[in-house]
Design a protein around this ligand. Structure first.
Ligand SMILES: [Fe+2]
Ligand SMILES: [Fe+2]
Length: 176
């Protein structure tokens, strides 16, 4: 398909967002399994439900436009999923895997935030307020999730720091 109008680009970007959300849906169960903190597990579980809604909202946007999404791959999200796979190959400890996963989740939410900020603006510019509203709902939930994982990442990092400090202390103690 050739893209020569804003409307066509909007459809393409929407299909890209659909692919992004579907990739997130595939990743979330594994991330929940790898989470050591109950609050993180819960946040990821909640976001799985929200992500299902994001897909539904995108379907509603396509319906509103009288279109169906083209088959496409969001390579930005694929890159984030590949980073997760690559980290596994480094055989991380469960704690370090969790920490990397939290950073990955923050990156993912920010990617989605930029994606939806752009889509909301495009919908408004194209005179599609109903679409803009649906996309805004997704954007608001990505923003809330970004805040939630950001706060958790601070707690987890703090714990790792004190754990490693204790470890160094114990080693030095043994040496003395
Ligand atoms: Fe999403
Ligand atoms: Fe998200």
């Amino acid at each position: 398909m050739s893209i020569s109008t804003t409307r066509e680009l909007f459809s393409h970007e929407l299909a890209d967002a659909m692919s992004a959300e579907q990739q997130v849906l595939k990743m979330l169960p594994e991330l929940q399994k790898e989470a050591l903190h109950r609050e993180l597990k819960q946040a990821l579980k909640d976001h799985e439900g929200e992500t299902r809604q994001h897909v539904k909202n995108l379907q509603a946007v396509f319906k509103q436009l009288g279109e169906s999404p083209e088959e496409t791959t969001c390579f930005g999200m694929k890159g984030l999923a590949d980073e997760h796979k690559a980290l596994h190959e480094e055989k991380p400890s469960p704690e370090m895997l969790e920490m990397a996963n939290v950073t990955g989740a923050i990156k993912t939410e920010h990617y989605e935030m930029v994606m939806y900020t752009d889509l909301v603006q495009m919908a408004k510019d194209l005179g599609e307020p109903e679409c803009a509203q649906l996309l805004q709902e997704n954007l608001d939930q990505e923003k809330a999730m970004a805040k939630r994982v950001d706060a958790l990442s601070k707690t987890i990092a703090k714990e790792a720091k004190s754990r490693e400090k204790e470890l160094v202390g114990a080693r030095n103690g043994r040496r003395a």
